[in-house]
Each structure stands twice: as structure tokens, then as C-alpha cells.
Design a protein around this ligand. Structure first.
Ligand code: ZN
Length: 408
């Protein structure tokens, strides 16, 4: 290119903007405000930089900085004919951004005249986003790289509350991974103290914790893993008098109990409180995991197991043993299902029962449909409040009291 050609193609800033103005329709802030209630609503794209976005943005706007506009717009709006309104701080960068979208084949793009400053100065409503701190952006950087998680997903996890029934074999890996992943509030129900025989599999606790309440040992360990996480210790035995009050405080429940009265109690309380339950059980070399959530069309525990087994027929891990790694695998699957559920990504184990056999290392999935005649979640439920679960399981109340201390 010769010097004279360069001169011929050089445009001043004002000429460039005038050309963009001739090409891109502009809408004023009041028209945009009215369009927020329209159906279908236009896609709002905020192309400012991060430090501007965090000071406030239009409700429902997508944050796509100008430098990433062409690269990310298809994730936000793949339909080339859908209405899109681009805005920046003053209405200049958005003209150029909208012109670039037109060049990509978007046919219905407008620029908001005056930008966010005009919006704010006219007293129109805006939202100030919750954002991750610099330390959090580093801590969760591997999550932020995943499109299915990203900053919005990580903030969602930080605002989520999960309840673990038991800080034992299953609760240990589940709690550690949920804490590390930044699930912001973790409740733990456990009445037990750390025993030497727990340490073969209950990796939340260490040798020096022997004799301490498990909820205290667990809380110390989890805060060390991630200080972002608030750990709520419920050092009490879960029963019909407290289960609903505790479970209602959380978004999702992970069951790590090892006895039938607690299993039925947690199931019924989750159905009555409308909370999803990630249930799991382990036995020697075998494990099972599934998600119960009748509100989403899945079954509950009673759909699959309407009646408890006769007392003494099914031995517990305390009687039959369990290989120490097994709860690590099964509890990790529970944590994964909980995180998927909280982020609303993937395919949950809803209506599907995962069966793990560690000896041949097989993972099989069985269908687990909801039973319309279920007494708790069926079409005509007969159980409308919590009952006496020890009696239901054919156990004398005090006999189960010792057994129900334990959690797998
Ligand atoms: Zn049911």
C-alpha cells in the first residue's frame, strides 16, 4: 500500500462514527425501558469493560465486553434475526459494536443512545451485580473456565446451601468437595464423636480429632479447605421433631445416614419441605446413588422402597464392613450430583439409580420411576407429616438410638 492509498483510506474518528450512525439504528433509553416488558424481550448486550459493568448495569443485560463481542455473541444470542440492543457508557462504543454485529449477519441490532450514563441519569432502574473478589477469581479459576459454570455459576454455588446428613464415610468426601467447590453454606447434622474405627474411611477427621464431636472436627477441616464457606453445625440427632426445621433452611440435602429410620425420615421431610435429596448407600464393595425430587417428576425413597426390611435382616456397615475407598467414590458422586443440581446443568440421577460394584468396577444405571400410589409423594398422599420412624421400621425407640448415631 502506498502512502497516498493510506491517506485515501484514513478516516477520522468523527467520519467513522458518522458512517456507523448511518448504518445502525439508535434507540433512546425510554424506548429500551419499555421494551424490557415486551415479549419477546430484546437481548440486551452490555459491551463495557468489567470495571464499568460492576458499577451497575441494565436489568437482564448480558455482559460481553467489546473485545469479546464477536467471539461470544453467539453464546448469548445465536438467532441472527432476534432483536438485540447494544449499549456502552455513552453510546459511542455501542455504535461500533452494533456495526460489527451487523457484519456478522445480525439483522435487528440497535444501539442505545446515550448509553448507561443516560439510563442512570434518567432515573431508570439498574442492578449492581454481585461479583467475585480477585482471590475468588483465582480460587475458582478452573470453574470459571468452564462455560457451564463461569462466574454466574460460581456465584450461584456461593449463594447455595447444602445440608449433609452425617459427617461420616459419605459425608466426608461430599463435604470436602462441596466446600472446595465453593458451595457457600454447608450444614452438617451429626450427633457422633470421632472414633478410631472411623478413620479408615471418614477422611474429614484426623487422628488428633478422636473424641471430638464430628461436627466440630468437620467444621475446622472445611474452613481450612475454603474460608469462603460458612459451616453450620447441627450437633443433634435428626428426628421427627427437628428434621423439617433444619431441612427447610437448605436448598439441597445429601443423605449419608446408615440406618433405615433416618433414611425414611430424611426422605419424608425432604418431600414435605419440597427439597431435592441426593441419596446414597454403601455396603462392603457396593454403592448406590440417586436423586429424589418428586417436584421434578422423579420418585422418592418410598416409591422404590415402600416398606422397611424386617429389623436385623439387612446388616449395617458396622456389622458387615465396608472397604474404605468405597464411600470416597460414592460420596464424590453425591457431591457431583448436588453441584449439577444447584447449577441446573447436565442430566441428574433423577428417576435413575446408579449401582456401583467396586469388585468388577461396574457402573450400571437402573430406571427408578415415581409411584403414583406412593404414600408420601403419590397422587393421593396419606403421609402428610412426619411419623415415628423407629416404630415404622419395627424398632423399639431406644434400641435404634445407639445405631442412629452412626453415619456412612
Ligand atoms: Zn414417593
Amino acid at each position: 500500500m502506498t502512502i497516498s492509498q493510506q491517506t485515501r483510506y484514513r478516516r477520522t474518528r468523527d467520519q467513522l462514527l458518522a458512517a456507523a450512525r448511518a448504518q445502525v439504528p439508535e434507540v433512546d433509553v425510554y424506548t429500551v425501558a419499555q421494551s424490557l416488558d415486551a415479549r419477546p424481550r430484546p437481548t440486551l448486550v452490555d459491551i463495557r469493560e468489567r470495571d464499568e459493568w460492576v458499577q451497575g448495569h441494565l436489568p437482564g443485560a448480558h455482559f460481553v465486553p467489546r473485545g469479546y463481542l464477536e467471539l461470544r455473541i453467539e453464546e448469548v444470542q445465536p438467532d441472527r434475526d432476534a432483536p438485540i440492543i447494544v449499549y456502552c457508557a455513552g453510546g459511542v462504543r455501542s455504535l461500533l459494536g452494533a456495526r460489527d454485529l451487523q457484519a456478522m449477519g445480525y439483522t435487528n441490532v440497535a444501539s442505545m443512545a446515550g448509553g448507561f450514563n443516560a439510563w442512570k441519569n434518567n432515573g431508570l432502574p439498574f442492578v449492581v451485580p454481585r461479583i467475585l473478589s480477585d482471590e475468588q477469581r483465582t480460587r475458582y479459576s478452573r470453574h470459571l473456565l468452564i462455560p457451564e459454570v463461569g462466574e454466574a455459576g460460581q456465584l450461584k454455588l456461593l449463594e447455595s446451601k447444602a445440608l449433609l446428613i452425617g459427617a461420616g464415610g459419605l459425608g466426608s468426601p461430599a463435604a470436602l468437595y462441596l466446600a472446595a467447590a465453593g458451595v457457600g453454606t454447608l450444614g452438617i447434622v451429626d450427633f457422633d464423636r470421632v472414633d478410631l474405627s472411623n478413620l479408615q474411611r471418614q477422611i474429614l477427621h484426623g487422628h488428633s480429632d478422636i473424641g471430638r464431636p464430628k461436627v466440630e472436627s468437620a467444621a475446622d477441616r472445611l474452613r481450612e479447605v475454603n474460608p469462603d464457606v460458612q459451616v453450620i453445625a447441627h450437633r443433634e440427632r435428626l428426628d421427627s421433631s427437628n428434621a423439617l426445621d433444619i431441612i427447610r433452611q437448605y436448598d439441597i440435602v445429601l443423605n449419608g445416614s446408615d440406618n433405615f429410620p433416618t433414611r425414611y425420615l430424611v426422605n419424608d421431610a425432604c418431600v414435605l419441605a419440597g427439597k431435592p435429596l441426593v441419596d446414597a448407600s454403601i455396603f462392603i464393595f457396593e454403592g448406590q446413588v440417586t436423586v429424589y425430587d418428586p417436584r421434578q417428576g422423579g420418585p422418592c425413597y418410598r416409591c422404590l422402597y415402600p416398606d422397611p426390611p424386617p429389623p436385623g435382616e439387612v446388616p449395617s456397615c458396622a456389622e458387615a464392613g465396608v472397604l474404605g475407598v468405597l464411600p470416597g467414590i460414592v460420596g464424590s458422586v453425591q457431591a457431583m450430583e448436588a453441584i449439577k443440581y444447584l447449577l441446573e446443568i447436565g442430566e441428574p440421577l433423577l428417576g435413575r439409580l446408579l449401582m456401583i460394584d467396586a469388585l468388577d468396577m461396574s457402573f450400571r444405571i437402573l430406571k427408578a420411576p415415581r409411584d403414583p400410589a406412593c404414600p408420601v409423594c403419590g397422587d393421593h398422599p396419606t403421609v402428610r407429616e412426619l411419623i415415628d420412624y423407629e416404630q415404622f421400621c419395627g424398632l423399639p425407640p431406644r434400641a435404634v438410638a445407639t445405631a442412629s448415631n452412626g453415619h456412612e
